[in-house]
Structure formats: C-alpha cells, structure tokens
Design a protein around this ligand. Structure first.
Ligand code: MTE
Ligand code: HPA
Ligand code: MOS
Length: 751
C-alpha cells in the first residue's frame, strides 16, 4: 500500500495546524524573549507594546491562573520566565493581537530590566560547578578494574558530538479556543497530545477533561515535538482563555530555532582495552551531556545513552557513567535516536582509536566483537535473536567489502588530491520506551451500519507513515478494501492517557491495540455466524466472511447489518501494553526492550584534499526490518534516517557564542543535507528474518535505528583524511565539517 498521505502531500492538500480553517475573531500570538542567556529579571515593561495598533493584550507570568510550570520529568521549567532568565530564547511572555504582523511590531517595544549573570555553555564546566539536572547514572557489568590487567592494548581518548536542529518543515504551533462550557480545544502540532493536555490543565488550572487536544498530522517532529510542542499549545490556550477569542500561535523559523532545544551535545572520555586477538575486554566511558537550562527529557535521554554505549558489541566488563549537565542553553530534547547515537559515537571513536594504535582496520575490531545470542548487555538483558553477525556478513560479503577495500586502496595510491575513505557501520537499537510504564496504547474502532470503519489510536502521523500501517491492519483484519476505513486524527477525547508517538514504538504499540480492537469485533461476528449458520472456520477476505468448511460466504456489509440488528456492538476500545519488559533502576538491570533492531552499512566517500569538501559515493545497507509490513514506507524511513544521520555527523553545525547566543540561527547559517549532498547511491537490502512477535505483524520498528548508519559517514571521512595525512593527531569532534577536515588534512604531526 502506498503511503495514504502521498497524493495529498504532493498536491499540497494535506492539512497542518496552520492550514486549519480560521474561526471568526481569531487572534494571533507571538512570544517574546530577552537578548541574554542568564540574568536576574527585575521587571518586564509592556506598556508601550500594549498600546501598539492591533494589540489586544500582552501576557506575562502574572497572568497565569494555575501554575507557571511546564516541566515533565522534573518541575524545573516555567512557561514564562519569572525572576530569572536561564537561556537566550527563553520566553518571557506573549503578545496577542489582530494580526501576526502587529504582534511582531509590538514585540520590539517590550522592555525588560535585568542584571546579566555569567552564562555557562560547556557541560564539563557545568559539571565542575556541580550544575546538574539529576544525579549521575552508572551502568556496570563485569569488573573493569580487574579486566585492565588482562588487556594487551589499553587506549584512552575523548569524543565530542554536537547538537542537531530538528528542522521539522512545520514549525512549532497551536490553535486554541474556548468552548461554551469553558473547556478548551487545542489543535496542536505535537507528538504527545496527552502531555499537552496535562500541562494546559496545570497552567490554566483546569481538570484534564476540560482540555481537548486534536492532532491531524505533523510536518515532521523527529523528537522535537515529543516534549517541546507543549509550551506553544499552553500559550495559545492561555491566550484564548484570557481574551475569550480563538488564538493561533505558529513560530517563525528563526524564533523556533532560537527558542527550542535540539539534540544534546555530548563530550565523552573513554578507555578501551583489547586482547591480542582484538576482543574488547573492557570499556569505560564518562558522558557529559549538555542538557541546557531545564530537564525536559534529558534524564531519559541520558539513560538511553547508557543503554546503547556498547552499540552492537559484546563487552564483558563495562563501566559507563553519565552526567546530565545544566547549562544556559535552550533545554535540549528528544531527537531521533534519543541519546543512543551519542553513546554509539563514543564507542566507535574508541574502536577507531584502538585500530589506529594497534595497526588494524576498525572493521576488524568491530567484526570480532559483535553480539550473539546468549550474550548479556551491560543492563542485564540477555540477547535473543541477535542479527548483528547475520547483517554484518550479509552486508560485507553481499556488497563485497573486500573489493571496496581494494578499490579504495588502489585509488588512494594513485591519487594525491582526492582520497577515498570507507567505513563499516553496524547498529543495534532497543525498541520500547526505556521507561517501562510508557509502553502502552489504545485504539477505538467503530464499524458503522453500512460496513465502513473509523479508527482512532494514540499514534501521531508525522511523516513516518504510521497511519498507512494502521489502515493496513484494520482493512486486513476486516477483509475490507482500504477505502472502507478512515484513520481519524489523534484526539484526547477519543483516546486518553497516551504516551507520545516516539521511541519508534508508535506502530507497534498502536498497531497491537488496533489489532486487539478489530479482533474483538470479528470475534463477535464469528460467534454470530456460528450460532446462526453453524459456520466454524470463518475468514474475512475480499469484502466477505467465508466459512472455510462449507465454502459459504456472506458479504461484509450484510454481516455488519445482521450483527447490528441482533444488537451486537460494532465498536471496541482496546488496550495494549508490552509484555515481558521491566527495568530495576536501583540495580540498573532488567529487560527493558521488547526486541532490538540490527543492521550494517558500508559508507564510501571521496574527499577533495585541496578544498576539504567531500561527496558520499555510495551507502549500502543491510537492514533488519523483521518481516516488513510496508516496504516502501520502511525504505523511506531508512533513507531519511540515514541522510539525517549523515547531516548530524558531517555538516549540521550548531554554534552558540560564549554568551549563549545562537549564531546558527537560520537556514543561511545552518546547513542541512540537500539533494546534492545525499549519497549518490543508496542501496538497502532486507535482511531475511522472521521478526519478533512483539513487533506489529513481526514488522520491526524502523523510525530511529537507520539514523545511526550516519555514524559511518564520520569514520569514512576520517579514513580519507588519514589517507592524505597519515601522521596527523586528529580529535573526534563531530560534525566533521569541511573546515575541520581542512584543518586536519594539513595538520603537522606532533613531534
Ligand atoms: N519520519 C518522518 N518522516 N518524520 C518524523 O518526524 N520522526 C522519527 C521517526 N521517523 C519522524 C520520522 C522519530 S524521532 C521517531 S521516534 C519515529 O519516527 C516515530 O514514529 P514511529 O514510532 O511510528 O516509528
Ligand atoms: N525513547 C523516546 N522517547 C522517550 C523515551 C524513549 O526511550 N522515553 C521517554 N520518552
Ligand atoms: Mo523519537 S526521538 O523517540 O520522537
């Protein structure tokens, strides 16, 4: 089935938050902030702005009827700055007016009295000053202290990876109005409608049942709307409540880039020990996470960094500690991979360093240490159905790693200005929210008297194609044409207490709930057919219910009507929660993931050593889809994830100055991959696997894992740089931009 949104997307007919039809009297809101990263805030002067033409009201913290608090995991984040400013871009209040333009003009007239305070932007500095979001966490297995003595090689180093701007095409926004009973309706571009509902209830001082959130689709989220869609929806709701009129708030791109958090930068110290035969015996890592000025999702992201700090490798002795460091930057947040990519980057840097010191190729170390069935991850989960070796072998032999090595070496011997590089990149990513309690979802299915069907779940469509998968499930179980099924918007009145659509688990959790709901309805139909007609083996296919014994059939529409006339319920609301998973934080051990996703990529690059620029020639991937339920949708996720990962590793460079001001604050100063910078060839092979039962229809989650193939781009580039300048002492400092590559190409060896 093709993506059900494809046709409307290319025709520009798909409705996003800002495309919703506007109600009469709609007002617009624009948030304001202060040009300072850290300050004691004495007073916000709004009179002049209030008196500008078209301005209805300027809101500040004093106008909040409930709590001025939006923190999810830790209540440490005000909606509007009060007493103190913690980052450049922190919202101080809202200008509401009859046009967005009027609000933007009035915003310039806002004045504030504040005393600047020193700003900290570096996580290691923050750590040294005890500025922490939460206590550190340590994952341990074996005994590293003991293990070092049996290592033949011990290598230490440091790995830094920078943040990443989500750059969803649709910026943050919401549209809110008050209904006759004083309840509030909010159209929100969010991955987490319940989080929005709950926070609006808290800030407005309302019970949750008076807050309705509705989400049709997002123009991309990538984690950036898991938590950080909330404040804008709260502001729109607050403005609607104060003015009594509908209020729309949609951030301009530069406001969005300045005011919202990004992927967490990490700085990591590592120590790795290997035996003569390249087995990794011990690994120690200390992660310094740059959390920004409030917790947001940082503690959960920190945890996933630890879960994935050994990537696809089995290491018997591990000790990894992670510090969430509080800095004066916008609170960093979820971004595809959720801390996992940063953990994997560090171990890959350790392997690359070790390979160089020992004098072997990195892939020889990678290959010697892949996880296999029966191994245990440092967090205690015993590995089942490992596809690490399988994907590695299928990739390296199927795509001819030996030829790649040979070609690259031959090219590099005969070329001076251009050098080629390659890297093999295995991945292993755990599926489930690491917070066990979040792994649940619900689905509501109505079959109407005419046999048509409407489905609601907690899943938010953000381009990943979850609605297409849901449609496949419902139409398949009922055996009806997809045109008979409609997937409704995600709405907190129809589906309550949802987890955000995140952790790549959207299709699994909601698809399983939907399966339960549809099967509950077909079970009633089967009972009816047994009682009425004596049919004992009924299947639903091609718009009919057929008895496989007698070969008799009844049309779906006729069956539905019959059931309706017999007063049988044609609706079902079903609940699913992932079985088997658990995690004990006091021991840092458990079985947190339903299953793992594996894969291996070979990345090839050509570097122009005169200019420092590069082109990715080819990325070839063997990916473990399980038994993919939609090859095209899943292929899109692999390609998109890969390119987003390459962007993070090579060109997307977030720059704050020492005062905490974002310099890469627009698309003129922040470079994302375009059609010219994607690899010239992307080839994706399906690994033949049966897929786990906990994946929807054995089709494994695919949203986040492929981003981590992008790590290979960094190491392919490093290989090419070292081919040109074999003696250079080069650091790990992603993204590997042309400027940094240029610096390394001509770096003199340390003597
Ligand atoms: N694909 C598109 N096109 N747009 C997105 O915003 N988000 C990613 C991934 N793929 C995203 C995407 C992230 S961060 C996650 S967690 C998953 O999709 C969420 O959807 P799923 O759980 O249905 O896979
Ligand atoms: N992944 C993504 N989002 C999350 C998670 C997770 O593990 N936990 C909480 N939000
Ligand atoms: Mo995805 S980072 O879990 O929204």
């Amino acid at each position: 089935m093709i993506n059900i949104d494809a046709l409307n997307h290319v025709q520009g007919k798909s409705i996003y938050m800002d495309d919703r039809e506007e109600l009469k009297g709609t007002l617009y809101a624009v948030p304001f902030d202060f040009p300072v990263a850290h300050a004691r805030l004495h007073q916000i002067v709004t009179d002049e702005a209030q008196n500008c033409p078209g301005i209805v009201k300027v809101l500040t913290a004093a106008d909040i009827p409930g709590e001025n608090q939006i923190g999810g995991i830790i209540p440490d984040e005000p909606l509007f700055a009060e007493h103190e400013v913690h980052f450049w871009g922190q919202v101080g209040g809202l200008v509401i007016g009859t046009s967005e333009h009027a609000c933007r003009l009035a915003r310039k007239k806002i004045r504030a009295n504040y005393d600047p305070l020193p700003a900290v932007t570096d996580p290691r500095v923050a750590k040294s000053k005890d500025m922490l979001i939460s206590p550190p966490r340590t994952f341990r297995c074996g005994d590293t202290a003991q293990a070092w003595s049996s290592c033949d090689h011990i290598i230490t180093g440091r790995a830094d990876s920078n943040g990443q701007e989500h750059l969803y095409i649709e910026t943050q926004g919401a549209y809110a109005w008050i209904k006759e009973d004083g309840s509030v309706y909010v159209a929100s571009s969010t991955q987490g409608p319940t989080a929005v509902q709950k926070t609006i209830a808290k800030v407005l001082g309302l019970p949750m049942h008076k807050v309705e959130i509705d989400t049709v689709r997002l123009g991309g989220g990538f984690g950036g709307k898991e938590d950080q869609a909330t404040p804008w929806a709260v502001m729109a709701a607050l403005a609607a409540k104060v003015t009594g009129r509908p209020v729309k708030l949609a951030l301009h791109r530069m406001d969005d880039m300045r005011m919202t958090g990004k992927r967490h930068p990490y700085s990591t110290d590592f120590r790795i020990g290997l035996s003569k035969d390249l087995k990794i015996l011990a690994y120690e890592a200390t992660f310094f996470q740059n959390a920004g000025a409030a917790a947001d999702l940082s503690p959960a992201i920190l945890e996933r960094t630890l879960f994935h700090c050994t990537n696809a490798y089995y290491i018997p002795n591990v000790s990894a500690t992670a510090w969430s460091c509080k800095t004066n930057l916008p609170p960093n947040t979820a971004f595809r991979g959720f801390g996992g990519p940063q953990g994997k980057f560090a171990i890959e840097c350790a392997i690359a360093t070790a390979a160089r010191v020992i004098g072997v190729k990195p892939h020889e170390i990678q290959s010697a240490n892949l996880v296999k069935d029966g191994d245990t991850f440092p967090y205690g989960q015993i590995i089942k159905n490992a596809e690490a070796r399988h994907s590695w072998e299928t990739c390296t032999s199927g795509f001819g790693l030996d030829e790649v090595i040979h070609e690259v070496d031959a090219f590099n011997r005969s070329n001076f200005r251009f050098k080629k590089g390659y890297a093999v990149q295995p991945i292993c990513f755990g599926i489930s929210f690491t917070n066990t309690m979040m792994n649940h979802a619900r689905a509501l299915v109505h079959v109407y008297q005419d046999g048509s069907v409407v489905v609601s779940t907690a899943a938010v469509e953000m381009g990943q194609g979850v609605n297409t998968k849901l449609l496949q499930i419902a139409s398949d179980i009922f055996g009806v044409d997809p045109s008979r099924v409609r997937i409704e918007s995600t709405n907190t009145l129809r589906i309550a207490n949802t987890s955000p659509t995140a952790a790549s688990a959207g299709a699994d959790l909601n698809g399983k709930a939907l399966t339960l709901a549809c099967e509950a309805i077909t079970a009633r139909f089967k009972d009816l057919l047994r009682e009425e007609l004596g049919w004992t083996d009924v299947i639903f296919r091609h718009g009919k219910a057929t008895d496989r014994v007698s070969k008799n059939f009844i049309m779906w529409e006729e069956l539905v009507l019959k059931a309706f006339q017999k007063r049988i319920s044609l609706s079902e609301h079903a609940h699913y929660y992932t079985p088997e998973i658990f995690f004990d934080k006091t021991k840092e051990k458990g079985h947190p993931f339903a299953y793992h996703v594996y894969g291996t990529a070979i990345v090839e690059v050509t570097l122009d050593c005169l200019k420092g620029t590069y082109e990715f020639d080819r990325v070839r991937i063997v990916h473990d889809f399980g038994n993919s339920m939609n090859h095209d949708v899943d292929l899109g996720q692999v390609e998109g994830g890969l390119v987003q990962g390459i962007g993070w590793m090579t060109m997307e460079e977030i720059v704050y100055n020492d005062d905490g001001k974002l310099l890469s604050n627009a698309l003129s100063t922040y470079k994302v991959p375009d059609i010219y910078s994607v690899p010239k060839v992307i080839e994706v092979k399906h690994l033949e696997t049966s897929g786990p039962d906990l994946a929807i229809r054995k089709s494994k989650a695919v949203g986040e894992p492929p981003l981590m193939y992008g790590l290979g781009a960094y190491f392919a580039l490093r290989h090419a740089v070292l081919a040109f300048n074999p003696e250079a002492e080069i650091s790990f400092d992603a993204p590997y931009t042309p400027e940094k590559i240029f610096r390394d190409l001509y770096k003199k060896p340390v003597t």
